[in-house]
Design a protein around this ligand. Structure first.
Ligand code: ZN
Length: 491
């Protein structure tokens, strides 16, 4: 490749944290088109547009490996909750629930598929149609898509409270095979949830083999993250081994007061398994989780905040205990009256959260739920919270390690070539932030708030987000297949 004489953009005098975990260094980073074309000594490069970023860090754009942004990328492609954190790529379709491939005509989707939308939103018969819609919407971020196991079950089975028959499993396999061929990154499961809970390991192994054949991965919201977390880990490892597929354990946690502290054991067995098979983990930096409101998750001791409710939308943001007291009924009765609804549960210990986040196999994933009226703050705050609170303020790990967990590690895991590190000829997904002030502004009380300290985000070489008035932003995300290259627009 000949060196261009003039660069489109030069980020001048920045501190480069390249995503590999290597120590930071000062440099100019030049961009032509959608690629990084030069990395040179500070103050030596000039571009058509030269942006001085002295005192700021430039790192690869973050990869949010755990999202439920399937519909957000289509209906609100500006993706403000994500670009304001410096996120350049989102992985959608986690926890067994994906918007495609599934066309619903008669009834609304069962929980938790309803976290993604209602009947009129499930219109994508094939991954190909979904990819086409993503490319037409041109979201501000790149999109990687998993196929949900629960989505497949809803597509194929008339009743979900039983294992799939051999014939149904074959039907799911062929839908999955097609979706993988069209560009999906792998399979996700949410065995904790009712639509998938009756599935046995064999069903998952059969489907995960399909992901393996296509060179994809298997991510799982395990059957249990509570009293039976160790058993669920064993099930996860065995599924991965039998299907010969790389596994990502989703939002790893030890939930429920009596399980606090067990991350010592869970991380030990994860490490042991990772010595002989491909296992990674994602986690978000909060000691509260969020999902649909479920009676069996209410123990009258932990704090629960309602995030949305169809019959009582006005209570979003309030504590379940307060609502129950006001109505003079039990929390379980209130749960019944509020459902369908979503909730935040303060069910983890901070020690476990820190131990898990700090583990070298752990990537960062927000698990943000974008359509909740009062969402968990992880939707807007995850990445700056790891960089600010956990890395800088309490010193849980270096900034280089924090960035690695958000960039090169997920890029390797999801097979996104030429992304996740700052190197010549890599895609120019780049974030510029101030390491001295970066922080999350979103709280449980005020969850919708952009991060502080992210000044610039480039996605495929274009400004996707900026706090500088002189830099106009333009959406430039792409659907990414496993090779990490953009797919041609399906016709
Ligand atoms: Zn989940």
């Amino acid at each position: 490749m000949s060196t261009p004489l003039i660069y489109d953009i030069v980020l001048r005098n920045g501190t480069v944290i390249d995503g590999t975990g290597a120590p930071r260094y000062m440099a100019d980073v030049a961009i032509n088109g959608d690629r990084i074309t030069a990395i040179r000594s500070p103050g030596t490069l000039k571009g058509r547009q030269t942006i001085n970023i002295e005192g700021l860090v430039v790192s690869p754009g973050f990869i949010d490996v755990h999202t439920h942004d399937d519909r957000l990328v289509l209906i609100d492609p500006s993706m403000q909750p994500k670009v304001s954190q410096g996120i350049a790529t989102v992985v959608v379709g986690n926890c067994g629930i994906s918007l495609s491939p599934l066309k619903l005509t008669t009834s609304d989707p069962v929980p938790p598929l309803n976290l993604l939308g209602s009947k009129q939103d499930f219109v994508f018969d094939s991954m190909r149609d979904y990819i086409k819609a993503v490319n037409q919407a041109v979201p501000a971020v790149n999109v990687v898509a998993l196929v949900g196991h629960s989505t497949l079950r809803v597509a194929v089975m008339d009743e979900l409270d039983r294992p799939a028959s051999a014939e149904e499993t074959q039907q799911m396999r062929s839908i999955l095979r097609k979706a993988l061929a069209e560009g999906a990154a792998g399979l996700s499961s949410g065995l904790y949830y009712q639509p998938a809970n009756a599935a046995e390991m064999d069903e998952l192994v059969e489907l995960a083999k399909e992901a393996s054949h296509a060179g994809g991965i298997y991510t799982t919201h395990m059957r249990d993250e509570d009293d039976f977390v160790m058993e669920s880990l064993q099930e996860t490892f065995e599924t991965g081994r039998r299907a010969e597929v790389p596994v990502v354990i989703s939002h790893h946690k030890c939930a429920g007061r009596k399980n606090w502290g067990r991350s010592v054991d869970t991380l030990r067995v994860i490490e042991q398994a990772a010595a002989t098979q491909e296992i990674h983990v994602d986690a978000y930096p909060y000691s509260a989780c969020s999902t649909v409101l479920r009676a069996d998750a209410i123990d009258e001791s932990i704090r629960i905040i309602i995030t949305w409710s169809t019959p009582c939308p006005e209570v979003a943001g309030r504590d379940l205990a307060d609502i129950a007291a006001e109505w003079q009924i039990s929390q379980h009765e209130a749960c019944e009256r509020l459902s369908p609804a979503g909730a935040v549960y303060f069910d983890m210990s901070e020690e476990d959260v820190q131990r898990i986040l700090a583990h070298p196999l752990v990537m960062i994933g927000s698990d943000g739920i974008p359509h909740d009226s009062h969402p968990h703050p992880r939707l807007w705050g995850t990445f700056p919270r790891v960089l600010g609170h956990y890395s800088r303020d309490i010193g849980l790990f270096s900034l280089e390690e924090a960035v690695r967990k958000m960039t090169s590690l997920p890029a390797q895991r999801f097979g996104l070539t030429k992304r996740g590190t700052i190197a010549n000829d890599h895609f120019a997904d780049l974030v510029v932030f101030d390491p001295t002030i970066i922080s999350d502004a979103a709280t449980f009380e005020q969850p919708i708030a952009p991060a502080v300290g992210v000044t610039l985000l480039l996605v495929n070489g274009q400004v996707a987000y900026s706090t500088r008035p002189d830099l106009a932003s333009q959406r430039n995300g792409r659907f990414l297949t496993r090779s990490g290259m953009s797919t041609p627009l399906p016709t």
